[in-house]
Design a binder for this molecule. Sequence first.
Ligand SMILES: Nc1ncnc2c1ncn2[C@@H]1O[C@H](COP(=O)(O)OP(=O)(O)OP(=O)(O)O)[C@@H](O)[C@H]1O
Length: 468
Amino acid sequence: MSGTGAGDDTGSVVSDADATVEVGEPLVKVRDLKKYYEDDGFLGGKPVKAVDGVSFDIRKGETLGLVGESGCGKTTLGRTILGLESATGGDVTSNGREVASLSGRELREWQRDAQMVFQDPDASLNDRMTVGEIVREPLDAHDWKGRTERKERVFELLDLVGLNEEHYYRYPHQFSGGQRQRVGIARALALEPEFIVLDEPVSALDVSVQARVINLLEDLQAELGLTYLFIAHDLSVVRHIADRVAVMYLGDIVELGDTEAVYTDPAHPYTASLLSAIPGSHTETERRRITLRGTPPSPRDPPQGCRFATRCPAKVRPAEFDDLSATAWERIDALHTVLRERQNAESGLGEQLKRRLGLAANASDIEEVVDDLFERDGGGAGGGPGDDGLLTDAARTAVEDAVRFARQGDDAEATAVLREAFGSVCNRERPEDHVVGDDGRTSACVRHTDEYDEPTVVIDRRYGRDDD
Ligand SMILES: Nc1ncnc2c1ncn2[C@@H]1O[C@H](COP(=O)(O)OP(=O)(O)OP(=O)(O)O)[C@@H](O)[C@H]1O
């Protein structure tokens, strides 16, 4: 989440590592956190901006859900918070400790206090070690007490997660998926952490087993006072387990608030579209399914301004095109999407290589697209896009310019022309977090300012509601 509204202070680091955080107070503070993966490949491309300036608090004792489409940066955010990835910018503090600058004893303390449970128990458990050794490993690594006490502790942990002493000498492959995940949880709990990042902890499990592991996680939280960051793409699971939910899109957190409030009345256009895809959700919000056009942009080249602007169903239109009909906007938007998708495809490795070798990029079916969108053949004289009166003169000129570049195979310039002509505040300014509702919920959309209609008003106008 960028900008304001995420918490009380911006976390100048004081040394109060021993201070006790009360339940409900921020346990982990994330401020303007960035993680870029540099491209050291031979093509020397731009870095992947996996996490690009997020700020939020994780409160002691809560489960904060983190949702968003595949590749939006959830895992990277979780790993960077734990210090498993080095941050490119910003900071993470907990109990006054700044994670990035920890070393020696403090680093070991943080690694003890903050743990991770992974999605795929098969990949995260070493099949050549017994379950006992796996669960004991963090105790060994931290030189925790003596040999006998460690074994006792492992028995205790196995019991805690619903396994038993006999399992100590077995190997992971002798267990079911759910049991293996219990082993992963026992291992994460070994050093009595207070904070755990659960990265898709149940998505590799059968549905019937998922519920049992979720119950176990909830019981452990109540018993041990744990704080969870729960990463998942399954929105129903998150609704069940999370107190608050953060919605992530292309390296940014766009909305964060109490789970029920977000699920029943999403404030951000991306949240509204994400939730509208849950089967049965429309009966609750009365909102019809919102189909987003195109695929998410590449995190190597995120859109300027609002990350979501290129797919947003509530994007602000520039005032000079107020007189364009909804149909005309839809068509221009569709053309823009087609050109962007072509451009994305061309920035793939194969196409980059082809271009470097002097081979033509794929300049395929733009004529057909223009015909379909602007009914050139069935339209007026002259055969230009929008000659049927759909577009105003200014709009038609811009579309024609873009199409000309596209014909020459220059989709980047074509999309730049459309962005220049039809772009708005959404394409220029990265939106701040706005507090929406009384529960401190934040949503990063320019439409929450007085100047514009609220996103949901625009979406309902465009898509209708079930009671319409
Ligand atoms: N080690 C890495 N090197 C380069 N790029 C990476 C690396 N790890 C992740 N990425 C890229 O960073 C972006 C975010 O990835 P991440 O795995 O954090 O997303 P995610 O939301 O957790 O996705 P999923 O739900 O599929 O696990 C993706 O574009 C991914 O390809």
